[in-house]
Design a protein around this ligand. Structure first.
Ligand SMILES: [Fe+2]
Ligand SMILES: [Fe+2]
Ligand SMILES: [Fe+2]
Length: 413
């Protein structure tokens, strides 16, 4: 069963990140095009280098989506470039198959002269990103002539920019890279060059879920919890392997739209006003827009129906029992259990007794499926232990990121 076609992962990634800042996403695509041209000019035909460098170029500013520097970043004047470079490096190292390759992101604004002690390949590819990034910013923001860019690069040769990357840029310039940046067809071609195989597609889809942390880390651990609770419950209820897999991905995608919800609403303690609640509820619609046409239909329905209730009182469609399948009903229960019983930054976790009392109350009101709540009650302790364990690697990754972020920042500022 194909959950998501590998070509569609990048579409999902772009649509999600566009909800934070479209300028930054478009900038990434352009840098990707220039880097692909530079690799071509470099005579690099190693498919795995081309793939990793394309992804690094596309995501090179990913650390900026969580900071307030977005407005400064897209301008040519550079203020503090370290914060997003460090965060981007750590994020991609932890949550993608790029591993230590992600270090090129750490240095994508670093002067060539400051990198003399770094390994040769790291220097080479960081400089490639640095040069491509400046060329795109020059093209989009500075809007002065190519000749002036040439002089800018020449002035910085051997000091700010490596001689090799300037030479590569010159070859690209001659072959028309600058004008290709204005051609939507060329940009689409850069994106759809069959980058990912199946297992990488799954890994990058998981990375997309981790980008929700730019808004709210607890939403990511909540999502991990729903995935684990959903699959465990499904297995206990005897659902097929295929259905369990659909539930796993449905759970993974269920709150993706929260990437477009303001943090002040996402992590607000206490009751939301009716206006805030309306904005909060939009997350399901946004999830739908992000995954539209990209994932398996059954998976999409599981993801997008997690706030529907059997008696028609849910949202966004107000569907009722005759419309909702068992896996869809099950995810609703898994979502509530994770929301109540796994602690969030703004509220303490509920006890098992309190959580079950709420679930049974909801059954009495005709909102939830009794058979599912009954299974949840029977296997509650085991399921919650597993859910907690499933979140642990993510919590540890956040701890590593926070600790290393501060340490690296100290070295550079
Ligand atoms: Fe940057
Ligand atoms: Fe939700
Ligand atoms: Fe949720």
């Amino acid at each position: 069963m194909e959950i998501i076609h590998s070509d569609k992962v990048i579409t999902v990634m772009r649509r999600g990140l566009n909800l934070i800042d479209k300028r930054l996403t478009d900038h990434g695509v352009k840098v990707m095009l220039v880097v692909q041209d530079m690799l071509e000019a470099d005579g690099c035909h190693d498919a795995s280098v081309r793939k990793d460098m394309s992804l690094l170029a596309l995501l090179h500013d990913i650390g900026a989506y969580r900071t307030e520097e977005i407005d400064n970043l897209v301008k040519f004047e550079l203020g503090n470039v370290w914060e997003h470079s460090i965060y981007g490096y750590l994020f991609l190292r932890e949550f993608t198959p790029l591993g230590e390759w992600a270090k090129t992101i750490l240095y994508h604004h670093a002067d060539y002269s400051a990198m003399e002690h770094e390994p040769r390949l790291l220097r080479h590819y960081s400089q490639m990103l640095h040069t491509a990034d400046r060329a795109v910013v020059w093209h989009d923001e500075v809007k002065r002539s190519e000749d002036e860019l040439e002089r800018h690069f020449s002035n910085g040769r051997g000091r700010i920019f490596s001689p090799e990357s300037i030479d590569l840029w010159q070859k690209c310039r001659k072959s028309g890279t600058f004008s290709r940046l204005d051609d939507p067809g060329c940009l689409d071609a850069a994106l759809s060059c069959g980058l990912l195989d199946d297992s990488e597609a799954k890994a990058y889809l998981t990375m997309v879920i981790h980008t929700i942390e730019f808004r709210s880390r607890v939403t990511v651990t909540h999502t991990m919890g729903v995935m684990e609770i959903g699959v465990r419950l499904a297995r206990h209820m005897g659902l097929s392997k295929e259905t369990c897999q659909q539930i796993y991905y449905g759970a993974m995608l269920h709150d993706l739209g929260k990437i477009g919800t303001p943090v002040s609403i996402l992590e607000r303690p206490g009751r939301l006003t009716p206006e805030e609640m309306a904005i909060m509820r939009q997350h399901v619609v946004l999830s739908g827009q992000i995954i539209d046409g990209c994932v398996d239909q059954a998976v999409a329905r599981i993801a997008l129906r997690h706030h529907e209730k059997l008696n028609g009182s849910g949202y966004p469609l107000g569907l009722s029992h005759k419309d909702l399948t068992l896996p869809e009903r099950l995810l609703t229960v898994a979502d509530i259990i994770s929301a109540l019983c796994m602690s969030r930054s703004y509220k303490e976790a509920y006890s098992k007794e309190r959580c079950l009392a709420i679930l049974w109350d909801m059954c009495r009101r005709g909102e939830l499926d009794e058979a599912i709540v009954s299974a949840a009650e029977t296997f509650f302790d085991e399921i919650m232990t597993q859910a907690d364990e499933a979140c642990e690697p993510t919590r540890q990754a956040y701890e590593r990121i926070s600790a290393e972020y501060q340490a690296i920042l100290k070295e550079h500022i």
